[in-house]
Design a protein around this ligand. Structure first.
Ligand SMILES: Nc1ncnc2c1ncn2[C@@H]1O[C@H](COP(=O)(O)OP(=O)(O)OP(=O)(O)O)[C@@H](O)[C@H]1O
Ligand SMILES: [Mg+2]
Length: 261
């Protein structure tokens, strides 16, 4: 269990996070529009950004400015863009990163790399150069390098952004599998990514928590407040700027928008 307690952060007097409190467990979805503060919160969890106010408590260990070393081994972070060593083959990249992570014994390094490659289902691409991989495959290499160290908590920042629908579904399945033996925190601004994958959801907007609960609780709260309208493609621009639109779905020449009323 990860308790986020009253986290606050400002950049040049602008509030980025304001008194954010969350109870993170299972496969936890962090949902929010662009600029909501998702990446900032995840970076704080992983010790990449300092905590200005509040604290994070991981299984009873408080993570404040000074004692991050207590928990750093337990957390793995996949940033929004994972793109390293384009000229190297997948296996070479992972062996190298394993060495940098302190796995110095050759046999152990090879075993860990083999296991990680298998878990992310990249066996057929172990000898492919990074530059030749699709975006989704590159992200799977990013996950494999996290697994080398065997952290208990995995933090994924928008792992499905920019992926086509097939890769997206494959990715969701992989995250679900990893959820069996890891606590996972995954951010997205797409409701459908989170809805079918996560056991708990936190919604943040403008740095404040708007909701925390299960997908079923979120659905129950939305009942009576959600409707659907059909708009023409010409009308679409106006609707896309409307903050209440939560989902757009193209049907022939018209576009169906689900709108919070
Ligand atoms: N280093 C920084 N300096 C100044 N402002 C920053 C910095 N990092 C983030 N911000 C601001 O903090 C706010 C939250 O940013 P953050 O990247 O956490 O949002 P996000 O929810 O991850 O958005 P996105 O969905 O676009 O990834 C934004 O307004 C951003 O401009
Ligand atoms: Mg972000």
């Amino acid at each position: 269990m990860i308790e986020v307690q009253h986290l606050s952060k400002s950049y040049r007097k602008k509030h980025i996070l304001h008194q954010v409190s969350l109870e993170i467990e299972g496969i936890y979805g962090l949902l929010g529009p662009n600029g909501a503060g998702k990446t900032t919160l995840m970076k704080m969890l992983c010790g990449l950004t300092s905590i200005a106010g509040g604290q994070i408590v991981i299984d009873g260990h408080s993570v404040v400015r000074r004692n991050y070393a207590d928990v750093s081994d337990r957390i793995g972070f996949l940033p929004q863009d994972f793109n390293v060593y384009p000229g190297l083959k997948v296996e070479e990249v992972l062996l190298h990163l394993a060495l940098l992570q302190g796995i110095t014994e050759m046999k152990q390094r090879q075993e860990r790399v083999e296991e990680a490659v298998r878990r992310v289902n990249l066996q057929d691409n172990a000898q492919t150069r990074m530059s030749e991989l699709s975006g989704g495959m590159r992200r799977r290499v990013g996950i494999a390098q996290l697994l080398l160290r065997k952290p208990e908590i995995l933090v994924f920042d928008e792992p499905t952004a920019g992926l086509d629908i097939e890769e997206r579904i494959r990715f969701r399945n992989l995250l679900r599998e990893l959820g069996a033996d890891h606590t996972i925190i995954v951010s997205s601004h797409l409701v459908e990514d989170i809805e079918f994958l996560c056991t708990k959801i936190g919604i943040i907007k403008n740095g404040c928590v708007r909701f925390e609960g299960t997908p079923a609780e979120l659905k129950a709260q939305a009942t009576g407040y959600l409707g659907q309208v059909d708009v023409t493609t010409a009308e679409l621009t106006g609707w896309m700027q409307d903050e209440r639109v939560v989902h757009l779905n193209e049907k022939g020449t018209s576009v169906a928008s689900s709108v919070c009323i």
